[in-house]
Design a protein around this ligand. Sequence first.
Ligand code: NAD
Length: 363
Amino acid sequence: MNLFDAMRKHDYEQVLFCSDTSAGLRAIIVIHDTTLGPALGGTRMWPYNTEEEAIIDALRLARGMTYKNAAAGLNFGGGKAVIIGDPRKDKSEELFRVFGRFVDTLGGRFITGEDVGITVDDVETIRCETRWVGGSSSASGGSGDPGPVTAYGVWRGLAACAKVVFGSDSLKGLTVAIQGVGSVGYHLGKHLSDEGAKLIVTDIFPDKVQRAVRDLGAQAVEPDAIFDVECDIFAPCALGAILNDDTIPRLKCKIVGGSANNQLKEDRHGDVLQDMGILYAPDYIINAGGVINVADGLFGYNRERALRKAAGIYDTILKVVEISKRDGIPTHKAADRLAEERIATVGKITRRIRPGRTWEMVE
Ligand code: NAD
C-alpha cells in the first residue's frame, strides 16, 4: 500500500511505527485529527496476518474515533493504536511498558486506553510509563467499567428515537429485542424493564440469557431468531456487521439502536433501513457513553457528571434526525455530517482567535 496516499485520502495527521526487539513490540499509533483536542482512542491487540492489515485497521479505527468524539461533544480528536500480537500468548510487562514509553513520546497528543485484547490490568502497566491513559479501574480512582454508562446512553438515545417515531419518549409498553445480554445489553435491559418495556433477549451463552429472564422478566429466543421477532425496537448489543442483506429484510421493528460497534455491514445498509422506514440510531452516536465515561475520567472521575453527559445522547440523536431531514440523507450519513460540521466550526474559531500566549512580551 502507499501509506501517504492512504493518509491524504482522509487527512490523517500522523502515523507512528513503534518497534522494540527485546520486548517483541510491533505497534502502530495513528493520529487522525486533533482539531478538537488531543487524539483519544483505545489500543487494540490483535494477531493481524499482515502488517498492511494492521495499518488499515489502525487508520480506520482512528478516523472512527474522530467522528465519535466530535459527535459526542467531546473536546478530543481521534486516534487509535494497534499492537500486533496474540493477546492470549504475547503479553508481557515489558511489552506494555515499552509501548507506554512510545505513547509518552507524543507528549499528550495521543491518549489511550482499553480496546479489544487489552484489559484494565494492561492499561495499568502502560500507565507505569505514561500519564496519557484513561479508563483505569474504579478501585484506583479511575472511570472503571464503561458498560453501565454506555447502557445508560443507549437507553436515553432510544427514548429520543421513540419520540421521533411514536411521538412520545416513554418506552413503557414498547417491546425491545436485545441481541446480546452481556455488560451493556444487560444494563440496558434493566433500564428498559424498570421503565415498563417488554423484553425479548438472546445470547450465545445460556447463563447470560437465564440472568436476563430471571432478573428482568425477559422472554428468551434462540440467537438466530432475534431478527424475526415482532418488536418496536431492535437493540444490537453483541457484534458488528449484523445489519446486512440477510438480516435486514427479516426485521419487524420501527427502530434499530444498540451498543454494538460497526453494525452496518456496508454503508449502503443504512440506506436500506431508511427505505424500509426503520429509524437507525447510528452506532457511534448512541454508544458514545463508553468514551464519554473514559473522557470524564481524565478530569478526575465523577460518575454523576459522566451520566449527565451520556444523557446528552438524547439531544444528539434528535440533531442527527434533524440533519437527516434537512439534507435528505439517511441517519448514518447525517451522523458523519454532524461530526464534520462541529470540527469545521471549532476549527474555524481556533484559527480566528489567536491566544495571547503565542505572543512574546516585549519590554
Ligand atoms: P460483552 O462481551 O459483555 O457482551 C456481548 C454479549 O454478546 C456477550 O454476552 C456475548 O455472549 C453475546 N454474543 C456474542 N455473539 C452473539 C450472537 N451471535 N448472538 C447473540 N449474542 C451474542 O460486551 P459489551 O461490553 O456488553 O459490549 C457489547 C457491544 O457493544 C460490543 O460490540 C462492544 O464493542 C460495544 N460497545 C461496548 C461499550 C462498552 O462500554 N462496553 C462501548 C461502546 C461499544
